[in-house]
Write a protein of this length. Structure first.
Length: 254
């Protein structure tokens, strides 16, 4: 039973459907889940104590900090618990594939998935970005920094994270003016912001940053570490190959 949206991706990739008592409700949300299409026919739950009692899972995969003592009281110690940490690199994703594959008795599937991921990533050049500077800029002005999954993706495809140049934390709110002055070569934006449904998304269309070339990636591919990491790397590589070449920062202000 998954109580962690990031676990949904692994279970769909590795488990028999009959092994899964429930995924999270977010597994069916195409804006948040990389397996929304597959999960449409899988069971889901709200993850309440009542659901756990009704489904009686042998294993629960939850986020870090899950109340293990409460679970033991609820299930009388009969349910195993995996607290799935955030995976911020391809190496950490591989480790989680092995961890979950072993836990559900599917180690061979885990190794097969790892082999496919490594094969697909090895087929991508690591210098497509030519060291150019990119900013992963989200609605309401949030910039994704170093030590994150997005930062790992940028380095894999040969991009430099603007956040590294600016010295900002893993997530920082940066104004339009500062982004415009930094002059990154690319803005990486979520595909959901193609339509300005609110002011937070509309700011990404502001004239100050409108001329900057956009690379578009679904949030569902980057919100969690998992097999979708490969799809994100492939998409960024393909977009970089098509993107017009322009001079951006060279040396962004700190």
């Amino acid at each position: 039973m998954s109580l962690n949206m990031c676990a949904d991706q692994y279970l769909v990739a590795l488990a028999d459907r009959s092994q899964v008592a429930a995924l999270t409700r977010l597994s069916r949300d195409p804006n948040m889940s990389a397996v929304a299409v597959q999960a449409a026919s899988w069971p889901v739950s709200a993850g309440t104590a009542e659901d756990i009692l009704a489904l009686r899972p042998d294993l629960i995969i939850a986020a870090p900090g899950f109340r293990r003592a409460a679970l033991d009281r609820l299930t009388r110690g009969r349910t195993r618990l995996i607290e799935l940490d955030t995976a911020d690199t391809a190496q950490e994703i591989v480790a989680q594939v092995r961890q979950i594959a072993a836990a559900i008795g599917q180690p061979a599937r885990g190794e097969a998935l790892i082999a496919r991921m490594r094969h697909d990533l090895a087929a991508l050049p690591d210098d497509t970005g030519k060291g150019r500077v990119a900013a992963y800029y989200q609605r309401r002005g949030y910039l994704t920094g170093t030590g994150t999954l997005v930062d790992d993706l940028m380095r894999r495809v040969g991009l430099t994270n603007l956040a590294t140049r600016l010295g900002t934390p893993p997530l920082a709110r940066i104004g339009l003016e500062r982004i415009a002055l930094a002059r990154p070569d690319y803005l990486i934006v979520e595909t959901a912001t193609d339509v300005a449904t609110d002011r937070g998304a509309a700011m990404l269309r502001h004239p100050l940053i409108a001329p900057i070339t956009r690379l578009r990636v679904p949030e569902a591919w980057t919100v969690c570490g998992g097999p979708a990491y490969v799809r994100a790397a492939q998409s960024l590589t393909a977009q970089l190959r098509r993107a017009p070449q322009r001079v951006g920062t060279g040396s962004a202000p700190k």
